[in-house]
Structure formats: C-alpha cells, structure tokens
Design a protein around this ligand. Structure first.
Ligand code: GDP
Length: 584
C-alpha cells in the first residue's frame, strides 16, 4: 500500500524532500526538467507536488491537509444571536455620465457637516450619513464595480441599489445592465431620475423606458419606485433617502450585535505614518478598538478605528464602514475579516490562510479586481489563465497582457501561478472558459489528458512576444468587424424591362458619381425611400460592364427581397458596404 503524506496547499522543496526521504537535489532537478526553476526554500503548490511525485514514480499518495481557515458565521450560525436593526447598505449604479458620482457627492455633502473630524475628510470607498436620526451607508465606488466585486465574494452586503438615469437621456445600455444586476442579486431597486433641473429632462420618457424593461412605475400601476432628483440643485435628495429607508424597513434588516465582529475588507492602502490601512464594512458584531483581527493573510490589532468622516471611534457596529489601522500587512480587497481572541490566534489563522493560498495566490489587487469586474460587464473578454516558471516572468507576462486591452475587448486573467500546469488550473480554466497560457513551463502528460477531457486549450511559449501576439490575435477575433459605407452615386430610372418576384431588370442614367460593382441601392420615389436592393448585374448596351460613369446610360438588374414595382423617374441612391476586420 502506498504511503500517505499530508501537506498544506503549498510546501517548500526541502520539506517535501524530507517527507519523501529523497535527496532535495533530485527534486530540484526533476522540477527543472519540467521547466520549473526553483530553489530549495521556495514553495511549490499542491498540484505541482502531486505531479512531481507521479513523475518520480514513487509509491506515495499526497493528501491535502484540511485548512484551518475561519469562515464567517452567518446570522443563523451564531449561537444566542442578539439581533438589532442595522442601517441599509446602498450601492449607486447606472450609465456613465448619468450622475452617479455627483449624486454620491451631493448626498455626502448635504449630510456631513463641514469641518467635522478636524476638517480632513478622507475619501474612502464607503460612507455613512445620518438622515432623520437614522443611518444609511453608501458604497462610494460608483458603478457596477463595488457592487459586483462584493457580490463576487458572496457577501450579500448591498441591500438597496439606486439606479441613476439621467432624465435628459433616458434608459441606456448600462442602465439595463444595472437593472439586470439588481434583479439577479435580488436586492431592492429604486430609480433616481437625475438631472431634473435640466430643460431637456423628461420624466415620462424615463418611465416609458422603464416600462419597456418590464419595470412599470408605481404611478403607472407597477411596482418600480421612480424618484426625480437633481444632483446639481439637491432637489429630491431628501425624498430619495426617505424612500431608501422606507424600502429597507420592509426588509427588516437585522444584524447580530453580540460577539466578535466579522465583515468584509472593501479597500486597503498604505498610508504615510500609519502603514497598512484597511476600510472594512462590519457585517455582524461590534468591532472595538484593541480587537485582534485576521483579514485574509493579514492580521493585527485594531489600534485606531475611524468612521467614514475620519473621526476616531471606539467601536463600529453592523453595516458601518470603518477605517482600521494596526494591521501588519495589507489585506486584499474582498477578504473577510474576523475578530479573534488573541494576536497569536490571529497570526496563526493568517498564516494558515496564506498557506492555503500559498504559491497559487493570484495576487490580485483591489484595483485590478475592480478593473476586471467593471470591464467584464461592458466589453468582450478573453479569459486566460497564466502559468510561468518564476515570479519575475509571471509579472512581466501579466503586465504585457494587461497592456493590450482596449475599451471594447480585453483580457481577463482568471488565475495565475508559478510552476507546472496542474489539475486545479484545468478546473479553474474549464469553469471560466479560459485558455491556459504557459511561459517556460512544461505541461505533464496527465494534465494534457485532463485538459482534453475538459476542452481546455493549453498554449506554451518560451518567448513573451509570441505569447502576446497570440493573445492579440485572439482579441482581434473578438473585435466586431466594422461596416464602412461608401456612397457611389445617383441613378435615374428611365425604363423597366422585366419584373419578377425578386428581380427587376431596368435601365437608367447615372446622374452623378461612378457606379462599380458590388453595389447596393436605396430606391427612392419623391425623395422617400421605398425599397432596398442589390445591384446584380450591370450592362452598357448589350455587354456586361463593371463601371458606369457620370452621364452614361446603363442597364442593370436589381435583386430585391420582395417584389418591387419600379416606375420611371424613380431614383437609386447607390452605395457600397465593406466589412473590414479590425486590428488592435
Ligand atoms: P457618472 O459618470 O455617472 O458618475 O456621472 P457624473 O456624476 O460624473 O456626472 C456627469 C456629468 O453630469 C457631470 O458633468 C455632472 O456635473 C453632470 N450632472 C450630474 N448630475 C447632474 C444634475 O442633476 N444636473 C445637471 N444639470 N448636471 C448634472
């Protein structure tokens, strides 16, 4: 029977060698043969270790240790929960330029007294306001980004989505997308018809557009709340917040006030003099100054807590954004955080979390994540998973890949890692419909088999620019081709010789321009278009021709979709459409 060895998600080469009772050098050289240049003290991930063992042909079965990573407790899991009302968390979404930022700013400015908290109000990714003695939390990362990113992490943090529609512009593609998002997420939705101060504002048009999206406004007998506002003048903003509160009251939003706090990191940055600073949204419990916490692979003591106005606070309760300093390193956007009993415990949990991520960490920063998510909603994407031999080359490959994005098409890196392509890479790629791009790493035969089974394409390169060229070519395929229309001229019909269901043979004079094939025609009578046709054949006298010049007479066949009764004196506006493949 084979010997079983348990390892974490990743392990150093020397520790693995010890456990396998093999000389470390033989592991290093086997890895080298697989294109992985690594030293004894560097870590390889579980997949790479499994492949290595199978390549070495030794009778050892590798198992992955159960991870001791804390999972945030949901309300129902928390014993003896004490549920209390909590403020709603609101995200603002909508089409670009419809006024999301202006609305967020206006709400904040009108509700936060100037000069509070020593005057310096740092702009953070969420803020809380007080309205009629009640609190409301706004996610201040306008657009789909925050919302989608937070949803990506499975935490249903957003209670209400306000979709901003400029009343002078109406429903636009991103509005529809936002509506879909909100519906899919099952959150409450309020429409803010913005820019009502403008002369061109037309509330009815907004309502009409909503009705077309199956969101019938309340005053038209439906269920969709439409609030007219102006982020410029402040008109309707109080009413909008009243409505947010009303809608959330129906939801009876509750949180457990008892016990250690848990929540989500929504921003992290380094700040001069303070070191790593994280902005978190508390989900449950109460976060107090001095608490020990773990957030992903980061941990520390909450030395200073500040509210969204920058004022120091002793505690933060549910649905409250709070800035935390005192963490030893930067957590990542989207990490869950939990308060634990001691620094030692926090450290242990953080390091077991890093091990679980280990060599496989995709190292995604919050900006990158936002970028990816925001793009995913609006452009065509090529999903890719990158593997490289060493960190340096992984970084340069992924930087170069990011450099070729455009507004219309982009790459989305669904995962990346160092070392051979393993089973979990195949699974990730299969789930995301991604192509795996390898740089200087080999692909073991068993992985190739698995990839074939899962229909995952693996492409290997040893030269970066060849890899990039290939990705570029794939992105170009995603660019929708462009139709270019060229006007060719005008022809006056002077005779009709034969008409069938799909063809008219006729003759006429080219009044202006130059007619060459292929060509299409808009058939007009009294300056009104009556049909579309294709010019099938062109004759000068009895002979076929490819070119008719201004002032010349010609005969032609018009191919139509349905029967066209042409009359003398009708005109043909001749044009050509060329479809051009675009390049990056
Ligand atoms: P976002 O892209 O949705 O965040 O839109 P912005 O908040 O950046 O607003 C886009 C433009 O519309 C800016 O020039 C704003 O000044 C303007 N704008 C936003 N809200 C209003 C409003 O209520 N009335 C008027 N007149 N202009 C507005």
């Amino acid at each position: 029977m084979s010997r079983i060895i348990e390892i974490d998600q990743s392990i150093t080469v020397s520790t693995l060698a010890e456990q396998l009772e093999l000389p470390a050098a033989s592991l290093v050289s086997e890895l080298f043969k697989n294109g992985i240049m690594i030293t004894l003290n560097e870590k390889i991930d579980y997949d790479t270790a499994s492949i290595l063992i199978s390549e070495l042909g030794i009778d050892v079965e590798l198992k992955q240790k159960e991870q001791d990573v804390p999972v945030p407790k949901k309300d129902e899991d928390r014993e003896g929960a004490v549920l209390a009302d909590r403020p709603p968390v609101v995200a603002i979404m909508g089409h670009v330029d419809h006024g999301k930022t202006s609305l967020l700013d206006k709400i904040r400015d009108s509700k936060v007294a100037d000069g509070e908290a020593g005057g310096i109000t740092q702009h953070i990714s969420a803020y809380q306001i007080e309205h009629k003695n009640r609190l409301v939390t706004f996610l201040d990362t306008p657009g789909h980004e925050a919302f989608a990113a937070i949803r990506e992490h499975g935490a249903a943090l957003t209670d209400v989505v306000v979709i901003v529609v400029a009343a002078d512009d109406g429903i636009k593609p991103q509005t529809i997308e936002a509506i879909r998002f909100a519906n899919k997420a099952g959150v409450k939705l309020i429409i803010a018809a913005n820019k009502m101060d403008k002369d061109a504002a037309d509330l009815n048009r907004v309502k009409q557009g909503l009705a077309e999206q199956e969101l019938l406004p309340e005053d038209w007998g439906g269920q969709t709340t439409v609030m007219p506002v102006s982020a410029k003048t402040g008109e309707g903003i109080d009413e909008l917040i009243d409505m947010i509160l009303l809608v959330s009251d129906v939801e009876e939003l509750k949180a457990d006030t008892r016990g250690p706090a848990a929540g989500l990191i929504i921003e992290a940055h380094m700040q001069k003099g303070l070191g790593p600073v994280a902005v978190a949204l508390v989900n449950d419990g109460v976060l107090s100054r001095g608490d020990f916490l773990v957030a992903g692979s980061s941990y520390g003591k909450a030395r200073v807590l500040k509210d969204s106005n920058g004022a120091e606070v002793q505690q933060a309760t549910a649905s409250t954004p709070v800035t935390i300093s005192g963490l030893k390193s930067l957590p990542e956007f989207g990490d869950d955080f939990h308060v634990v009993g001691s620094e030692k415990e926090a450290k242990k949990l953080a390091s077991s979390y890093s091990n679980s991520q280990g060599a496989r960490s995709s190292g995604m920063t919050s900006t990158e994540m936002l970028r990816i998510i925001s793009k995913r909603t609006s452009v065509d994407e090529l999903n890719i998973l990158l593997k490289a031999d060493v960190q340096g080359s992984l970084t340069s490959v992924s930087d170069s890949v990011k450099g070729i994005d455009t507004n219309e098409v982009s790459t989305r890196i669904v995962g990346s890692g160092i070392g051979a392509v393993g089973e979990s890479d195949i699974r990730t790629a299969a789930a995301a419909g991604a192509t795996i791009y390898c740089f200087n790493v080999s692909v073991p035969a068993q992985t190739i088999r698995l990839a074939t089974q899962h229909d995952v394409e693996i492409k290997s390169y040893t030269v970066i620019y060849e890899l990039i060229d290939d990705i570029k070519a794939k992105l170009e395929d995603l660019l929708s081709p462009e139709d270019i229309t060229t006007e060719l001229g005008t022809l006056k019909i002077k005779g009709i010789f034969n008409t069938t269901k799909t063809e008219v043979i006729c003759g006429g004079e080219l009044l202006k321009g130059k007619l060459t094939l292929p060509a299409k025609a808009r058939v007009t009578r009294d300056k009104k278009q009556i049909a579309e046709a294709e010019v099938g054949n062109l004759k000068k006298g009895p002979t076929d021709t490819h070119e008719v010049l201004e002032g010349e007479m010609c005969g032609l066949t018009l191919v139509t979709e349905s029967k066209l009764t042409l009359e003398e004196g009708d005109r043909l506006e001749l044009y050509r459409v060329e479809t051009i493949e675009r390049s990056l």
